[in-house]
Design a binder for this molecule. Structure first.
Ligand code: ATR
Length: 273
């Protein structure tokens, strides 16, 4: 079985380690390789994967949107998002999916029960591609109250409207004022990601004790936002779980096997330390 990830650049990706470990653990023959593909090589690479009988591949920055035009079919939620992170090749045809939002939801469910997620007052910070996927997954899972805060508030308005969310749309200052109200806050912005480790979209020091602060960032493992949330008595969840679960969902599509996510979260966490 031939699997891959394409991106530009791609050398820092932990996906080859993760998927090759899972292939081995499942006793499957095959390999998962990283391919550095520039935007002008993308079309040709999609055709090459089909010709060379790859089972599938992951797609990362900067190709998640552009690849759609070269694929044969796109799953409904990936189409709505306008972004694909997983391709499955069947009978020489390429099918696009997006497992990021569902991956985040599965990670969240390691910290909160389904019922808690559904009844929580949730705030998503950011309104870009990652926020869209997460909002879509939480909403279809049945989360009743999802608010969006964004620097550019019109993008938060659009996201609330397009998904028919019942929560509020607000700018970051308004979110800061109401921060003690939320049960779950999810940072989807790049604020705080290495090397900008002293940045944060929200100051979490006034979060409600016992609430949950989640970040999609995993480098560093504990962003400034998560550190302040923890000091305020909140539970924290970093982006390692989302990364592992989005990968596991892709792996299941390719192989029909369920990989060990818990031990992979430990392995990647140790590797990052
Ligand atoms: P992704 O696909 O990772 O979600 P994106 O679509 O570029 O990336 O979205 C980035 C998000 O981070 C946006 O919500 C953006 O806010 P704007 O819509 O106002 O641009 C947010 N973001 C980026 N830089 C930021 C900053 N310095 N302060 C606050 N929010 C920021």
């Amino acid at each position: 079985m031939k699997l891959a990830v394409i991106g530009y650049p791609i050398h820092h990706s932990k996906s080859p380690f993760m998927h090759n470990t899972w292939l081995q653990e499942c006793g499957l023959k095959g390999s998962y390789e990283a391919f550095e593909v520039s935007p002008d090589q993308l079309r040709e690479q999609v055709v090459d994967f089909e010709k060379e009988n790859f089972t599938g591949y992951n797609v990362t920055i900067p190709h998640k949107e552009n690849i759609i035009q070269y694929l044969d079919e796109i799953d409904a939620s990936a189409a709505e998002l306008g972004a694909v992170n997983t391709v499955v090749i069947r009978n020489g045809k390429s099918y696009g999916y997006n497992t990021d939002g569902h991956g985040f939801l599965k990670s969240l469910l390691t910290k909160r029960t389904a019922q808690e997620v559904k009844s929580s007052d949730i705030l998503i910070v950011g309104a870009g591609g990652a926020a869209k996927g997460i909002a879509g997954s939480l909403h279809s899972f049945g989360a009743e109250k999802i608010s969006i805060a964004n620097r550019t508030v019109t993008k938060a308005d659009q996201l609330i409207e397009s998904h028919g969310l019942t929560g509020d749309s607000m700018d970051l200052a308004a979110a800061q004022e109401q921060i003690g109200r939320f049960d779950i806050i999810i940072n989807t912005t790049s604020q705080g990601m290495y090397p900008h480790i002293h940045q944060e979209a929200l100051d979490a020091s006034e979060m409600k004790a016992g609430s949950l602060a989640a970040d999609i960032i995993y480098n560093p493992l504990k962003t400034q936002y998560l550190k302040k949330a923890e000091a305020a008595g909140a539970d924290i969840l970093n982006g390692v779980g989302m990364f592992v679960f989005q990968g596991a969902l892709a792996f299941e599509k390719w192989t029909d096997r369920e990989p060990d996510t818990a031990s992979m979260i430990n392995k990647i966490t140790q590797d990052m330390n």
